[in-house]
Design a protein around this ligand. Structure first.
Ligand SMILES: [Zn+2]
Ligand SMILES: [Zn+2]
Length: 278
């Protein structure tokens, strides 16, 4: 963790309203952390079309990087609610090494403060269990898949020919589609339909709130926190710098201030060294 401001310093966002750009109920993930750490209220947008910037299901392609998409949603949320402060998130899922088992879930939160002219990103990476899509042709196969994903708490997406149905939480609807032909089922990854993602979101909300309470040591702007890592822990066998991370780098959103925090590891296992394992 970064060093945080003393609890007696006033929150830079005390009594502010922070707009949450979401169609998917994410404000409930931010409310506890932003209330307690920042003394701020959160409000969800009602008009902003966050799906216009791309969807998991691919019916709207993702044109922007996750960082730019989250920033655009945060700024759009602030504009909609007429406050200088906005927050939004963007998740991505990537197969873990080898393609088996859990996938890597990256949740990126971006906070914008239009008064100070800053954008503060904060991300987490977590392993998540996400069932692979499956083609089902009969009721038994459909039921087995729904059981496996944790339906109906976890909703599913169904594709039947060119038809795409999202957010399904009623088994009768899924079985009705299967009765019409082969259906491809997959988990619906949107936050309000995905309990695992909501847990990750709550965690990253606490991280973001703590970060916004952390002033830059140089210019006192809020949001000082992790921006980079430095690799190169020396190999215990031959001393060559390896790709292991030796320090985290904290940075400021407003000025060039940077601070390294060394990790408590001084030698790398030779098994991870390219020179010792050519
Ligand atoms: Zn080595
Ligand atoms: Zn600064």
């Amino acid at each position: 963790m970064t060093t945080t401001a003393g609890c007696h310093d006033p929150s830079p966002y005390a009594e502010a309203t922070i707009a949450v750009g979401t169609l998917h109920g994410k404000e409930s993930a931010f409310a506890p952390a932003f209330g307690r750490w920042l003394d701020a209220a959160v409000r969800a947008t009602t008009a902003l079309d966050t799906d216009a910037l791309g969807t998991f299901t691919g019916d709207v392609p993702r044109a922007l990087s996750p960082m730019d998409a989250a920033e655009a949603k945060a700024a759009g949320a602030a504009a909609e609610l007429g406050t200088p402060f906005g927050v939004a998130t963007e998740a991505s899922y990537a197969p873990s090494l080898g393609g088996f088992g859990p996938v890597v879930h990256e949740e990126l939160v971006v906070f914008v403060d239009l008064e100070r002219g800053i954008r503060v990103p904060h991300g987490v990476r977590a392993y998540a269990r996400v069932a692979a899509p499956r083609d089902v042709e009969d009721e038994a196969a459909a039921r087995a898949y729904l059981d496996r994903v944790g339906f109906p708490g976890q909703a599913v997406v169904a594709r039947l020919g060119n038809e795409l149905r999202k957010g399904l939480q009623d088994e009768r609807v899924v079985l009705g589609l299967v009765a019409r032909g082969p259906v491809r089922l997959e988990p619906d990854l949107r936050a309000h339909l995905n309990p695992q993602r909501r847990r990750t979101l709550r965690g990253v909300a606490w991280g973001m709130a703590a970060r916004l309470r952390t002033p830059c040591p140089a210019c006192a702007c809020p949001g000082f926190g992790p921006v980079d890592v430095v690799r190169g822990v020396p190999c215990g066998g031959c001393g060559t710098p390896t790709s292991r991370v030796r320090a985290d780098v904290d940075g400021c959103a407003a000025c060039p201030a940077r601070q390294e925090r060394p990790r408590p590891v001084t030698v790398a296992d030779p098994a991870t060294c390219d020179v010792c394992n050519p």
